[in-house]
Design a protein around this ligand. Structure first.
Ligand SMILES: NC(=O)c1ccc[n+]([C@@H]2O[C@H](COP(=O)([O-])OP(=O)(O)OC[C@H]3O[C@@H](n4cnc5c(N)ncnc54)[C@H](OP(=O)(O)O)[C@@H]3O)[C@@H](O)[C@H]2O)c1
Length: 287
């Protein structure tokens, strides 16, 4: 039985951060969650919510007081702009009592991640997840409206990971010995094509979905219409059109670190079936 510890989670209102929060609570730890807007943050009962902005490190000093662990994101602001603050955040964190740090790798260079890796005053772990299963939620509108998915590169393979498993690996690394100085690639348990994912969602919602393959040009037009920046579009084209080996190779990090197997996409789809139900869109529109 590990002792109860208090952990500060940044990005706590986001896709991964809320899973880090949930996994820490499940393990009996105390959580302080950072947000830029406490009035908007919806987090589980018992979580202490503090306001602060990672782009203004000195605003964070009170948030670090009395925590032993810190989960970090590496961006702050629109389009996941990399944080320009690094060493100062760690200096304040150590002064507050932080001994263990996890950092969610953002897919590119990061001054903050560099500062974490260079810091021998804390036990740090870099978390390198592949594609999140939650990305499939971007299909919810077209599935609920017309039972269709329009996507490019439908045969590409992905080792996509359940965001809860990223949270679980983070929670262990933040509260248990033996994970300092490590980088963990985190994947799901299987390789799936887009068609496999669509079939899993169809199975979970109990209704067929047609998969319509887009050309690259059509995909770019769809992403622009959805409001993505040109930078994000370039990233998506590269990530989906030319998925690096790490994104299509299954590794056993989740099982090794947490002691239980990585969750499948079929499990994820069952958990999120309501988001893809035919009535879901009508309910959203009338809410
Ligand atoms: N999607 C994928 O497939 C994938 C795969 C691998 C890696 N990643 C990486 O995962 C990261 C995205 O994680 P996510 O999807 O969990 O993010 P997300 O859902 O977009 O959440 C963003 C979070 O960042 C917080 N935030 C933003 N700017 C902030 C600032 N200046 N100060 C304090 N907090 C700030 C927000 O908090 P408030 O709004 O409450 O302040 C929110 O909790 C990126 O680095 C991305 O590169 C993504």
């Amino acid at each position: 039985m590990t002792q109860t510890q208090k952990i500060l989670v940044t990005g706590a209102t986001g896709t991964v951060g809320r899973q880090v929060v949930a996994e820490l609570l499940t393990r009996g730890h105390a959580v302080r969650a950072l947000t830029r807007d406490a009035a908007r943050a919806v987090l589980p009962d018992g979580v202490e919510i503090v306001e602060g902005d990672l782009t203004e490190p000195d605003s964070l000093a009170p948030a670090f007081e009395g925590v032993t662990g810190l989960h970090l994101i590496t961006f702050g602001g629109p389009y996941f702009a990399p944080l320009e603050s690094g060493p100062r955040i760690l200096e304040l964190a150590r002064a507050g009592g932080v001994r263990r740090v996890t950092v969610l790798h953002g897919g590119g260079p990061s001054l903050l991640e560099d500062a974490v890796r260079a810091d021998d005053g804390v036990d740090w772990t870099v978390l390198i997840p592949v594609e999140f299963m939650a990305n499939a939620l971007e299909w919810a509108d077209s599935i609920t409206a017309s039972d269709e998915v329009h996507a490019p590169f439908v045969s590409r393979l992905s080792a996509m990971v359940h965001e809860g498993d990223i949270g679980a690996v983070a929670a262990v690394a933040l509260t248990e010995e033996g994970h300092g100085g490590r980088e963990y690639v985190i994947t799901g348990p299987e390789l799936l094509t887009v068609a496999d994912k669509v079939a899993a969602i169809a199975g979970a919602r109990g209704r067929e979905i047609s998969l319509v393959e887009l050309t690259e040009e059509q995909a770019v037009a769809q992403w622009r219409a959805a409001g993505h920046s040109e930078e994000v579009i370039d990233f998506l084209l590269e990530a989906y059109g030319n998925t690096p080996e790490v994104g299509r190779t299954v590794v056993d990090t989740v099982e090794k670190v947490t002691g239980r197997p990585a969750r499948t996409f079929a499990q994820w789809a069952a958990e999120h079936a309501d988001a893809f139900a035919p009535a879901a869109r009508a309910e959203q529109l009338t809410a």
